[in-house]
Design a protein around this ligand. Sequence first.
Ligand code: HEM
Length: 143
Amino acid sequence: MKKGLLAATIVSISCSSAVFANQACDETVLHGYMGNIKDEMQAMSSDVKSGDNEAAAQRVNTLITYFEKSRAETPFKFTSENLQGNELAQQQEKYTKVVDDTIVILKNLENALQTDNATDVRKWLGEVGGQRKIGHGAFKANC
Ligand code: HEM
């Protein structure tokens, strides 16, 4: 009887929402959007290489929508570090700022593609890569 109770308690603790909230880092909604961003970035690079700037500009538009969705998400790092209250709000604000900067750069890239300005296309592509480094350095968990 005692053993049964112990087993039931263990099952109930391990199935509690607190444990379930601690999801794996590759299961977040944000992780899903990032996968889409990676695929779209690769397709956009191929379009640029093959000289189809119009198709590339369309991809950039899609990228912007994924970043707009990502903006509303909370990086897994904040959850795993159990950030709360002011600290969470401050980190979330920093995160949305980097997302907003990235969207501005993507809009500049879109404009450079639409006006066939190859120098600017290279410049803004480089800046998107820079945002990736900044974003991952600050907000991606080590897992
Ligand atoms: C265009 C540039 C970007 C690409 C191609 C990209 C791609 C990815 C990929 C493939 C992952 C999955 C994990 C991995 O394989 O490393 C990921 C995760 C992540 N990325 Fe990005 N990323 C970009 C820009 C950004 C920016 C600008 C931010 C922040 C403002 C950001 C924040 C994150 C975070 C926080 C994760 C972890 C997911 C989570 O916390 O749930 N990424 N990214």
